[in-house]
Design a protein around this ligand. Structure first.
Ligand code: MLT
Length: 329
């Protein structure tokens, strides 16, 4: 009798486990059954938000559910990264972040998340160059004049950024370190609002991605003092690189990756990866990115392993650069 009872409870437990397994397999098969939240770590209207909104629509179309962009601003992206790392790993929270995912490690003493342990990886997305910009009324008209202006005015010169961990801050501080100057750095919740203030003349300088800035450079609403690439950009060929103007080797190219919290079942990650690839192949998306001088990554990088190995390499690359430049808080 005892044995019978034991056997029965064993079978019941096995059946329950089986039912659970098949339910979760079913849930993975049916996923997504509701809208997906795409977390963006900076303000709406800025470069990261723009790339996210461009791909959210076609990703939603291929997944059959809306992809809603949620801007979780602050602390150079680390608030959003923490939120995503702690979210349920059910595929309904996805995350677009740039290389701040790799540099935050060296900029903050202690992060509440580990970029290599607390996330799953969907794939790399796009690489965006940056340009050192000045407000229209700045007396300097080229890099040489800017150098002289900065030397004469020192900390009276203001430079906007999107907080520690943001690429605008990294670029701005590397620039100041290479020039041997300390300007007054003004943090914003993203370079969207920072660019608005540069256009309004409330701040002097901003190192920003090309996502929004090309039209303003072309029509003279901001001054472009140099690109952060080693080659000039086809969209603004008259703007010299910082490298060719004396800041040898100055290179910041902003790569982007798409993540989920750690533990999302592989079939769901596969669906997200397929949707990302399809979105990046949409002619409208390609055209919009091309116009902003943004490079869509090659297919081998648009993969979970492509993103994870790049993230590892970038953590190793930026750590020493940031420590050597003495720009961490
Ligand atoms: C943004 O979207 O506001 C930027 O990517 C912020 C930055 O990192 O500079």
């Amino acid at each position: 009798m005892q044995m019978k009872k034991f056997l029965f409870s064993g079978i019941a437990a096995a059946l329950t486990a089986g039912a659970f397994l098949s339910t979760s397999a079913l849930a993975q098969n049916n996923w997504p059954t509701k809208s997906i939240t795409l977390v963006v770590p900076f303000a709406a209207g800025g470069p990261t938000d723009t790339v996210a909104r461009l791909i959210a629509v076609p990703m939603g179309q291929s997944l059959g559910q809306t992809v809603i962009v949620e801007n979780v601003n602050g602390a150079g992206g680390t608030i959003a990264s923490t939120k995503v790392a702690r979210a349920a790993p059910d595929g309904y929270t996805i995350y677009l972040h740039h290389m701040g995912m790799a540099t935050a490690n060296a900029l903050y003493d202690k992060l509440p998340y580990d970029p290599l342990q607390n996330f799953d990886y969907i794939g790399q997305v796009a690489d965006v160059p940056m340009v050192l910009l000045g407000k229209k009324d700045l007396p300097a008209n080229n890099f040489k004049e800017l150098e002289a202006y900065i030397k004469a005015n020192g900390s009276k010169v203001t430079m906007a950024n999107a907080g520690p961990g943001a690429v605008s801050q990294l670029c701005g501080l590397l620039f100041q370190s290479r020039m041997g100057v300390k300007l007054t750095n003004i943090p914003y919740k993203g370079t969207g609002p920072a660019l608005t203030d540069l256009l309004g003349g409330q701040v002097d300088l901003l190192c920003d991605q090309t996502t929004q800035t090309i039209p303003y450079i072309k029509d003279g609403r901001v001054k472009a003092f140099g690109t952060t690439t080693l080659k000039r950009l086809p969209a603004i060929p008259n703007v010299p690189t910082l490298d060719e103007q004396g800041l040898k080797g100055f290179e910041v190219k902003v790569w982007h990756g798409m993540y989920t919290p750690k533990g999302v079942p592989k079939p769901i990650l596969d669906k997200l990866n397929a949707a990302l690839k399809k979105a990046l192949n949409t002619p409208d998306v390609r055209k919009r990115l091309e116009d902003a001088n943004i490079d869509i990554v090659s297919p081998d990088k648009m993969t979970p392993t492509g993103l994870k190995s790049h993230l590892e390499a970038e953590i190793n690359r930026w750590g020493p650069i940031i420590r050597k430049s003495n720009i961490a808080d």
